[in-house]
Design a protein around this ligand. Structure first.
Ligand code: HEM
Length: 419
């Protein structure tokens, strides 16, 4: 990223414009800094995409300050998720089909989350940790074997495979089906980026295939439980109620999407930052155990893999002095909140020892939808960098990242590395 300009004219900026999301990153940082300073709550129209399956919506309020995002996230009665977690509007049933509990409110959300969170307790995550270590080790083994010239694409060879393998292993998906799951996630990943030319039809077909696959998996584990998280979820009861195979199908789609690109993105941005700021790399790697907790949190703040999520106001209210009417959409720009100079000292500095208070909001800003996989993701990031530092201590990024064209995931598609 180049030098961040001091000020940009925000009058002409529409945050829905795809051009904004492929513009120079320094310009984008400056634009958000100016929004935070001059118009922290701003209104934007929605973009008319060609071939969009639903009519264009009425626009939304964009939140750019950390404290405002915190306020909205922690007041779910006033700012609900059940009308959609993405900017565009879909029928409620489709929101739930694609979004599962991320697009629900209590009591439905609470019930589902209580059931599936039985598979994400510290004890279960600790069990997963063992194979996180195995996958990281195998990943580095493969690098050493496959690339004697000691150079490769960091994203496809290092950052991408592990998070997906972990989800598959965790859910009890047999290794021979992993490639199929990977293919499906690539179609979903492609939305918005012309390189992948994903059509709505492709997307629907993939969602349906994943849903059918998951339903069959869930039913199988209900009948023949094994030592995997699918079996735990299918057996768990809350107030005498169990997850239906259909609910599990939607949750599975959410899990594969939510746990996959996000962790990959964090690892990729993390490696880039450790290359760009060698003194931070030394600070972490010289005291790995002592620094890991803050370093991982800083990587997630720095990367902010999920750019935004949406809520909808359920009553007339006010955010930071701006009147908001019932029914209006609110979009929380986590990326901007994580660079808020009113919250973080010197936010444009990557600092592996940055304190944990105030909280970074890469996993959400608290409230009922806070990332269910946060502890798992933290462990995956820590274990991967531990493996890299021990076995490939000279690994560095050697070229510019190619970024994903997306207003939703701060993804990196390719990025060369060498060791
Ligand atoms: C660095 C990696 C990750 C990042 C940055 C991330 C980020 C997020 C964010 C921003 C939310 C929405 C929070 C809100 O609305 O308040 C979320 C929700 C969620 N995440 Fe993650 N996530 C990551 C990894 C994972 C992993 C590994 C899993 C599971 C394997 C996962 C599962 C979920 C689920 C199920 C939800 C929905 C929770 C609910 O609606 O109650 N995430 N995540």
């Amino acid at each position: 990223m180049g030098t961040i300009p001091e000020h940009v004219n925000i009058d002409d900026i529409c945050l829905s414009d795809p051009e904004f999301w492929i513009a120079d990153r320094a310009y984008r940082e400056a634009a958000f800094a100016t929004f935070r300073a001059e118009r922290p709550v701003s209104f934007h129209k929605e973009w008319e995409f060609e071939d969009a399956p639903f009519p264009v919506g009425p626009g939304y309020w964009a939140l750019t300050r950390h404290d405002d995002i915190w306020h909205v996230s922690r007041n779910p009665q006033l700012f609900c998720s059940g009308q959609g977690s993405q900017v565009g509007d879909m029928p409620v049933e489709m929101n739930e089909f694609f979004g599962s509990m991320i697009a629900m409110d209590d009591p439905k959300h609470f019930r589902l989350r209580s059931i599936v969170s039985k598979a994400f307790t510290p004890k279960e995550v600790a069990k997963v940790e063992e194979y996180v270590k195995v996958k990281a080790r195998l990943c580095v083994d493969r690098l050493l074997e496959k690339f004697p010239e000691r150079t490769c694409d960091f994203v496809s060879e290092v950052a991408a495979p592990m998070p997906l393998q972990i989800i598959c292993e965790m859910m009890g998906i047999p290794p021979e089906d992993e490639a199929q799951i990977f293919g499906w996630t690539n179609v979903i990943l492609g939305v918005g980026d012309p390189e992948y030319v994903t059509t709505i039809e492709d997307l629907m077909n993939v969602a349906l295939s994943m849903f059918t696959y998951a339903q069959a998996l869930g039913e199988d584990r209900r009948a023949n439980p094994r030592d995997d998280m699918t079996s735990i979820m299918m057996a768990a009861e809350v107030d005498g109620e169990r997850l239906t195979a259909q609910e599990f199908g939607s949750f599975f789609i959410l899990l594969v999407v939510a746990g996959n690109e996000t962790t990959r993105t964090a690892i990729a941005h993390g490696m880039k930052a450790l290359t760009d700021f060698p003194e931070q790399r030394a600070a972490w790697f010289d005291d790995f155990e002592g620094t890991t907790r803050t370093a991982v949190e800083e990587i997630v703040r720095w990367a902010t893999p999920v750019i935004h999520f949406r809520r909808t106001a359920t009553a007339d209210t006010e955010i930071n002095g701006q009147a908001i009417k019932a029914g209006e959409k609110i979009v929380m720009f986590y990326q901007s909140g994580n660079r808020d100079e009113a919250t973080f000292t010197d936010p444009q500095r990557f600092d592996v020892r940055r304190g944990l208070n105030p909280n970074q909001i890469g996993f959400g800003a608290g409230g009922p939808h806070f990332c269910l996989g946060a502890n798992l993701a933290r462990r995956e990031i820590a274990v991967m960098f531990d493996e890299l530092r021990r076995r490939l201590p000279d690994l560095r990024i050697t070229g510019e990242p190619e970024y994903l064209q997306s207003a939703f995931i701060n993804g990196i598609k390719r990025m060369p590395c060498a060791w």
